[in-house]
Design a protein around this ligand. Structure first.
Ligand code: NAD
Length: 362
């Protein structure tokens, strides 16, 4: 651990990403060598729900930064999705391919259980539905494990189909606002990443009559998607400059940056990826260029909505109706952004804060 890391850990309260967290827990289990962090950002609206990530962080400082940023993001996502949930996240320090054992996963379940329901864990990078089922042997504070009828039929806890449906609904609302069209027939869309969410989003868009361009870094993903979605394939670096109506980032974060911005020709950015803006100033730049940005945590909330309903009794129609409200929330954000002449990401943050911050006691 470097001396900078050492200072970072010692100064958690002054950490640049601390953001008023209610609780940050460092967890250790001697038998399994578990090292994990659980961050509970805010529970004003309900228990803090968020994924359990397992990642080979190169330092404790890196793990702390990640868990704090992700946890805060969950508070904003759930608040704007209209859920009675707070925001939290947890990270296990380790390589999921080489260091994950059932014992370690159970030890993490016990660590989560000690928070007595204040934090509820779900699947994330490096953990699977099967890991969550293992944790459920020792805690009830896990979600996303129940077989149910979801947006795309019966499946086991995987939130991706619900996320894809929410992104599709969000694209419809954003296109209506920016391009003034209800009908998606002939709409041109570039999808970056045709994995779990991007591929299903492509199915919805194809069904609605849109024309698709796709890219991915894996040939097998591309082969399947180009055939099934009748989509044109482009190289990863060529996706930004396409002359299309919509750019849908469904791969990784920080995709809207100085380099991609100078190439973008789409009028709408609406996709599933988390943390799409490399920096907040890129939101201002999108507004300046007349590109309407659907804030990532608003449009990709379908999965968390799906998981929330699992905890309160899963009824497919109700879940779908709730996911469809993503479109209304986006329209409200766009209206307010226009009125206040502010970027949509900033308006989304303000609206979320209005919902989860308790009114000051007078
Ligand atoms: P995934 O891993 O199944 O799919 C991502 C795809 O992007 C993969 O096919 C990968 O090969 C491709 N990819 C990676 N880097 C790329 C690059 N540079 N250029 C082009 N393609 C690239 O993940 P997913 O579950 O589909 O999630 C996609 C995004 O949406 C992620 O950012 C995720 O955090 C976010 N998200 C997912 C959910 C969900 O329910 N799965 C919910 C909210 C947000």
């Amino acid at each position: 651990m470097s001396s900078t890391d050492h200072e970072t850990i010692m100064n958690v309260f002054q950490h640049p990403d601390f953001a008023g967290h209610e609780q940050v827990v460092f967890c250790h289990d001697e038998d399994t060598a578990l090292r994990a962090l659980i961050a509970v950002h805010n529970t004003n609206l309900g228990p803090a729900l968020g994924g359990i990530r397992m990642w080979p962080y190169t330092s404790e400082g890196e793990a702390l930064r990640d868990v704090l940023r992700l946890s805060r993001g969950m508070t904003y996502k759930s608040a704007l999705a209209g859920l009675q949930l707070g925001g939290g996240k947890s990270v296990i320090i380790g390589n999921p391919r080489t260091e994950k054992t059932p014992e370690l996963i159970r030890a993490m379940g016990k660590a989560i259980d000690r928070l007595a329901g204040r934090y509820i864990g779900a699947e994330d990078s490096g953990t699977t539905v099967s890991d969550l089922k293992t944790m459920s042997e020792v805690t009830t504070s896990v979600a996303g494990i129940v077989d149910k009828e979801g947006a795309a039929g019966k499946r086991s806890g995987d939130p991706s189909p619900a996320t894809a449906y929410g992104v599709f609904v969000g694209i419809r609302a954003t296109v209506k606002y920016r391009l003034g069209r209800d009908d998606l027939g002939g709409l041109t869309v570039a999808i970056q990443g045709v994995g779990n969410v991007g591929y299903r989003l492509g199915e919805y868009l194809k069904e609605a009559g849109a024309e698709l361009w796709i890219t991915d870094i894996y040939d097998d993903q591309l082969e399947r998607a180009s055939k099934e979605l009748a989509a044109q394939v482009v190289a990863p670096d060529d996706i930004f400059a396409l002359d299309v109506d919509v750019f849908a980032p469904c791969a990784m974060g920080s995709v809207i940056n100085d380099s991609s911005l100078s190439q973008l020709r789409a009028k709408v950015i609406a996709g599933a990826a988390n943390n799409q803006l490399a920096e907040n100033r890129h939101g201002i730049e999108l507004m300046r260029r007349g590109i309407l940005y659907a804030p990532d945590y608003v449009i990709n909330a379908g999965g968390i909505i799906d998981i929330a309903y699992e905890r309160s009794g899963h009824e497919r129609t109700k879940v779908l109706r709730h996911i469809e409200r993503i479109g209304d929330t986006l329209s409200e954000i766009f209206e307010r952004a226009k009125r206040e002449e502010l970027p949509t990401n900033q308006i989304a943050d303000q609206m979320a804060e209005e919902r989860f911050r308790r009114p000051a006691v007078t």
